[in-house]
Ligand binder design. Structure first.
Ligand SMILES: C[S@@+](CC[C@H](N)C(=O)[O-])C[C@H]1O[C@@H](n2cnc3c(N)ncnc32)[C@H](O)[C@@H]1O
Length: 306
């Protein structure tokens, strides 16, 4: 059986304030006759604004239940794979015009800066991200914008567009396709789109604020937007739920491993220092020798020139 999507898979859980109150039960144990509450509706701007105003850190943008130390290790591993991808695909970052979708706390911006990026534009659905990153990086531009609507940027104005842990938060399929079309519009011919997601081979998952789509869904939308897929680089193997394994003993083993690891971290987040270091080294080595993986990957697509 395909493991089920954890509430926090990849990223964040629904804060308590987003959960409708359960119907109150009277003293005699009988629920009063009230109409059942409507299921909560995901409002991306409100959800992220509230979440990031409370936690403008790795808890806000990351896998919150695992605690800060382990999230730090997850981000270190993401950075390792980004560096490896740049080398393997010979991506010219120095002097490039880069757009970062959903930059969150701006974790990757210093890295781009260090590599000599020419210009950087961040598009985030929240005011808090736009305000804080504008203050921290006055040399770059940040817009409060929904990536699934028209971007406030001219055609063919970027060499690189990144979408790290954001496209699966666009739960509406039409809007998801529209975001990829916008990436196609603003990326110069020959330019690159880097996306992190699960790229599932089995069934897609749908949660409250995320929709993990299949590799085939991505391939169709990317082709329609004028991109060709160059490859995928695995990011996590042991450090994240292995949701993209075919049903069978390996999938059960991985699921069991992840449940225990997650529980240990939830019980004592400080374990994340040691566990993050050990698993970080394992994933660093294993992802180097694998082409494709059981969990989050980085997809590299190139804007066609013709
Ligand atoms: C899980 S966080 C990832 C942040 C950052 N990319 C990282 O990897 O640390 C998702 C980010 O995307 C932003 N976001 C979510 N939906 C968006 C949308 N439709 N348009 C633009 N930004 C969005 C959120 O505000 C948040 O900053």
């Amino acid at each position: 059986m395909q493991p089920s999507l954890p509430a926090d898979a990849g990223h964040v859980e629904v804060p308590a304030c987003d959960t409708p109150p359960a119907a109150e039960v009277a003293a005699d144990g009988v629920a009063p006759e009230v109409a059942p509450a409507d299921p909560p509706v995901y409002d991306p701007a409100g959800f992220w604004e509230s979440r990031l105003r409370h936690h403008f850190d790795m808890i806000g943008v990351g896998y919150s239940r695992l605690g800060l130390p382990f999230n730090l290790a997850l981000y270190r591993q993401r950075l390792v794979v980004i560096g490896r991808t740049i080398r393997r695909f010979r991506i010219k970052v120095a002097g490039a015009d880069l757009i970062e979708l959903g930059p969150g706390t701006g974790y990757f911006i210093d890295h781009w800066k260090h590599l000599g990026i020419g210009s950087l534009v961040g598009l985030d659905i929240t005011a808090v991200v736009t305000e804080r990153l504008t203050e921290k990086y006055p040399e770059y531009r940040f817009f409060e914008a929904d990536a699934s609507e028209r971007w406030p940027l001219p055609d063919a104005s970027a060499d690189i567009v990144t979408a790290f842990d954001i496209l699966f938060h666009i739960t509406d399929d039409e809007r998801f396709a529209a975001a990829i079309r916008e990436a196609g519009r603003v990326t110069r011919p020959g330019g690159l789109l880097l996306v992190s997601d699960l790229f599932l081979h089995g069934q897609p998952f749908r949660g409250f604020h995320q929709a993990s789509r299949t590799l085939a869904d991505y391939q169709a939308c990317l082709a329609e937007a004028g991109f060709e897929v160059l490859g995928r680089m695995p990011i996590f193997v042991t450090m994240h739920p292995a949701l993209d394994l075919p049903p069978g003993p390996l999938s059960r083993l991985a699921n069991d491993w992840w449940s225990r690891t997650e529980q240990r971290l939830m019980d004592e987040p400080k374990r994340g220092y040691r566990l993050g270091r050990v698993l970080g080294w394992i994933d660093r080595i294993v992802t180097k020798v694998c082409w494709g993986g059981p969990s989050t990957e980085l997809l590299i697509a190139r804007r066609r020139t013709g």
